[in-house]
Design a protein around this ligand. Structure first.
Ligand SMILES: Cc1cc2nc3c(=O)[nH]c(=O)nc-3n(C[C@H](O)[C@H](O)[C@H](O)COP(=O)(O)OP(=O)(O)OC[C@H]3O[C@@H](n4cnc5c(N)ncnc54)[C@H](O)[C@@H]3O)c2cc1C
Length: 493
């Protein structure tokens, strides 16, 4: 058992921290050898505590167990220290403490990443979830947000002024993690990904320095940070461009039985080839609450409602659907329609890839694969990209998948951990069957712990440029507990 609060970092935590366990996998020459690292003593921990405005939690402290939990119930990790940051100074102190004491670092935003990289075993978790301030400037149409906000919180504030920016479609995901990996959402075909709407960020780098990154300041860092999560540091502020949206949009879904899935998905593909950028349509294979296998087409039209009624009419007429709940609703509500289907704490394993095309063969394989689904909570999602996402150059940001028309996510979700193997196998097998249709690329925000090859696939032709940046900003690979871009030079700090 780890030692209790007040006793420094335990030997067990220390060994894990320094890479003696599974965490060393993939770290190459950069993990810290136990014999070279120092044990963090009680005096150092107390010193850190004195420097903090926020809370410091250790195993055994009240609130520790709640703070270490993330959305994916499969993730059960125990950091030696959790710093619940109250502001930038706490982040700087935590980064300096981790570097000085050779501690593994994880960074937590909204805690929704399926890989669970927000929380580490044995190291220090820099928890930003309490940093939730936001300032919206309706005149310049910009918002400056702290990284602990969720999209539900962000949208509420910007919608008070009839404004929004592209964000995740589940209200509980974190603005930081979603944006720093890409940011797919209803507005992306009109306004680009969430990260395309970043004007600047503040980031605490591995050397403990706060840097601003924008197109005119530290532009190289700004390129990398837009897609590379915590690889270049801890982002403490995100400045977004906003757009007039809603407040009423036309959103919801139509449902068809799985027997009609082939026709419905072919219709979906043809339909998407004709719609304007204001319209986004995602398709899902899922099981309804009363146990029926269905195909759903989820939509959001963000232009004027009257024009939208014409755009959505074919969706409402095709079939006809067994259920049609596409209707005018507040934009904030459209951003939380799937919340209930993704409750916190269930077990999750996702596999994903960008698709080259949604061909008839791809549709056949998906539908066939879904027939073998092993859990009523599991689903398959096809996200429509294109529009503004594809008009931005591949080398403008670290996000590299501008040309793919669709993203595919196979989401195994279940409640009983004892059943994990069969559900994970279902997702893996379907994912393998879909490989002939993949572009080879993968969206970093949906990656599990899948190894270095898949991280390279996430960054594609941008990977080498990101390695150079890592060599410049984090040569010691302090920020390695993530989808890691491994540096190739090592400088002593
Ligand atoms: C239910 C559900 C719905 C989703 N819907 C969408 C969607 O609509 N669109 C979409 O694009 N994605 C979606 N995702 C995927 C989502 O983008 C990722 O899970 C994202 O990484 C979550 O961000 P977070 O801040 O909540 O998670 P976290 O787990 O806290 O963080 C994710 C990663 O980002 C890093 N990170 C977080 N904050 C910072 C920071 N301030 N500085 C540096 N690094 C940081 C973390 O270290 C971690 O590696 C969804 C996921 C779930 C579970």
């Amino acid at each position: 058992m780890p030692k209790k609060s007040g006793s420094g970092i335990s030997r067990r935590d220390f060994i894990k921290t320094t890479g003696a366990g599974a965490l060393t996998a993939g770290l190459g020459p950069f993990f810290l050898f136990p014999e070279r690292a120092q044990v963090v003593g009680e005096a150092a921990v107390q010193e850190l505590k004195k420097q903090l405005r926020g809370e410091l939690l250790r195993p055994g402290d009240g609130g520790y167990d709640a703070a270490r939990r993330v959305w994916n119930g499969m993730v059960d990790k125990r950091p030696a220290l959790i710093v619940r940051c109250a502001g930038v100074a706490d982040v700087i102190n935590s980064v300096n403490f981790a570097r000085t004491n050779n501690l593994l670092v994880s960074v937590r935003g909204g805690g929704h990443n399926v890989a669970g990289n927000a929380v580490c075993d044995g190291g220090i978790m820099i928890d930003l979830s309490r940093m939730k301030s936001i300032r919206v400037d309706p005149v310049s149409r910009a918002a400056r947000a702290e990284p602990g906000l969720t999209w539900g919180e962000f949208d509420r504030e910007t919608q008070a002024f009839g404004l929004a920016t592209t964000g995740g479609i589940c209200s509980e995901t974190g603005v930081a993690g979603v944006t720093l990996g890409g940011g797919f959402g209803w507005l992306m075909r009109k306004h680009g990904l969430a990260l395309d709407n970043l004007v600047s960020v503040d980031v605490v780098s591995a050397d403990g320095q706060l840097r601003k990154a924008s197109s005119t300041e530290n532009a190289d860092l700004f390129f990398g940070i837009r897609g590379a999560h915590s690889n270049f540091g801890v982002v403490t502020s995100l400045e977004y461009r906003l757009h007039p949206v809603g407040p009423t949009v036309l959103a919801g879904m139509v449902l068809h039985p799985l027997e009609k899935a082939r026709e419905a998905l072919k219709f979906y593909r043809e339909y998407n080839s004709k719609t304007p950028d204001e319209m986004s349509a995602w398709a899902a294979l899922l099981t309804s609450p009363d146990g029926h296998s269905m195909v759903a087409i989820l939509t959001c039209y963000t232009g004027p409602i009257e024009a939208g009624e014409k755009v959505v009419r074919p969706l409402k007429e095709f079939g006809p659907p067994v259920a049609d709940v596409i209707q005018p609703m507040p934009y904030v509500k459209s951003q939380s329609l799937i919340d209930e289907s993704f409750p916190r704490g269930r077990c999750n394993s996702w596999k994903s890839n960008l698709l080259r095309e949604l061909s008839d063969d791809a549709i056949d394989r998906l539908v066939e694969g879904f027939r073998g689904v092993t859990s009523p909570y599991s689903s398959v999602l096809i996200e429509q990209l294109g529009g503004a996402v594809s008009r931005i150059s591949k080398d403008e940001t670290a996000f590299n998948h501008r040309g793919s028309p669709y993203d595919l996510v196979i989401m195994a979700m279940w409640s009983d951990p004892a059943e994990s193997e069969k559900h994970i196998r279902w997702a893996d097998e379907l994912w393998r069957a879909m490989q002939p249709f993949s572009s080879g690329g993968v969206y970093v925000n949906y990656l599990g712990n899948e190894g270095e090859g898949r991280v390279k696939a996430a960054y594609g032709t941008n990977y080498e440029r990101l390695v150079s940046l890592k060599n410049k900003y984090d040569p010691m690979n302090l920020f390695r507990f993530n989808q890691n871009i491994r540096p190739t030079v090592r400088k002593s700090s």
